[in-house]
Design a protein around this ligand. Structure first.
Ligand code: C5P
Length: 235
């Protein structure tokens, strides 16, 4: 597989074209940003952790009936993926109040939601990824009715699979963000699943094992990324 020109550089990843038009190479970076790019830094080893963790979780999800973009790990920080057309949506799933939900609704972090909460944002850095609802999604043509129902179905199913998996390694899945794409006319799960995109709390101590340590200057940032991957590898 030949790695050709870079198609896109995001905050945490670069995407390259390959000699197969239906496959991309994703390269994970150690660069970290928060608050829509206002805070910048480096988390040494993050690219490797996020690549390996995403590969492991996409494989688990694939075995459980969720189609994903992952094809194979190519190196410590690169994966071969299906060349999807990303839907311009951030799909956020919440089990426990934290982050922007706590701020917006004045609910203390750690309060368990009576039901799983699904939120959508329009992926647009200039606008700061504004929250949108089903009507906006359909009215703006971000997804069709059918695509949106599949996105919701998959997001809730991913939550059930991951909640159980993480509990098995003594981690509570507080919330996370997913992105979906269209491949061969079908909705599949894309992007990454990592401590950058999930809130993960130790099940006994509630220690934050995710990017909130970087966002909030809590220290031990590199250590917790390694800790999460080590627990996943122990399964
Ligand atoms: O900031 P907020 O509380 O809305 O984040 C909810 C979840 O979505 C968190 O796990 C966060 O890491 C993730 N997220 C993300 N990328 C964004 C926004 C949120 O991965 N642009």
């Amino acid at each position: 597989m030949k790695k050709l020109e870079m198609l896109y550089e995001g905050k945490a990843k670069k995407v390259y074209r390959t000699d197969d038009e239906k496959k991309y190479i994703v390269e994970y970076k150690d660069d970290a940003t928060a608050f829509n790019g206002e805070k910048k830094g480096t988390i040494v080893g993050k690219g490797v952790v996020n690549n390996k963790m995403s590969a492991a979780l996409f494989s688990l999800l694939g075995e459980n009936g969720i189609p994903t973009h992952q094809i194979e790990l190519l190196s410590d920080n690169e994966s071969l993926v299906k060349a999807v057309k990303i839907l311009p949506l951030e799909v956020i799933v919440r089990n426990v109040a934290a982050g922007s939900l706590s701020q917006r609704l004045g609910i203390e972090e750690g309060v368990i939601m009576k039901e799983t909460v699904l939120e959508f944002s329009y992926k647009n850095d200039e606008l700061g990824d504004p929250m949108i609802n089903d009507y906006h999604i359909k009215a703006m043509g971000f997804a069709t009715d059918e695509e949106l129902s599949i996105v919701k179905e998959y997001a809730l199913k991913v939550n059930e699979i991951l909640k159980e998996f993480f509990l098995g390694i003594n981690i509570k899945l507080i919330d996370f963000k997913l992105e979906f794409g269209i491949y061969d006319g079908k909705v599949i799960l894309a992007d990454e699943i990592s401590p950058d995109t999930c809130r993960l709390w130790d099940a006994e101590t509630n220690k934050k094992l995710d990017k909130d340590r970087f966002r909030r200057d809590l220290g031990d940032v590199e250590e917790v990324y390694q800790e999460v991957l080590a627990r996943i590898n122990s399964k």
